[in-house]
Design a protein. Sequence first.
Length: 181
Amino acid sequence: MQILKRKKSFFSRPYLASVYLIGESEEPVLRNSYIKRAKITNIVLLAAGSIVFLLAEVSHHHLFRTFFTNPVSIGCFVFATVMTGMFWHKILQPKVADWDIRFVAGFQVSLVLLAWVAIIFPNVLFYTNGEKLSLFAAAAPAATIAILAWSLLLGALMFLPVLFYLLRIFKTKEISNHHSQ
């Protein structure tokens, strides 16, 4: 069961990569290749998700019941389903809008992860002997968490402007090089 959950995570990587690369490809042949890969990997993800639920029931984990009795996971499922419809609506357009399809795919995968977190929270590890490791039981002291939170905030304040600057430089150079040819 754990192997299939990891495989589903493994399948989401090429899905997101192909969706994000649609906007980076200028050549029509390459762009169409990424569009085709995005379609295929979306179908594979849907199948893998269904197989996870099926194998969980066969293994007596009752994931279906757990998943569909949690209001957060139900909401995530509904929105992810809507996002799947939006993905197919947008990907079948003659001109695929880069940022629209990226947003839809990213939001779709985020909803799946949020649904998973909703049904396991606060437990993060499940042992075969039935024991669980909880975030609350394994939490660091409040002072350590406060220092960590401030460190992350300060790090993000330093890192994000540099990241946006680099993206702007590379995109601007790419656009100016493309126009000069």
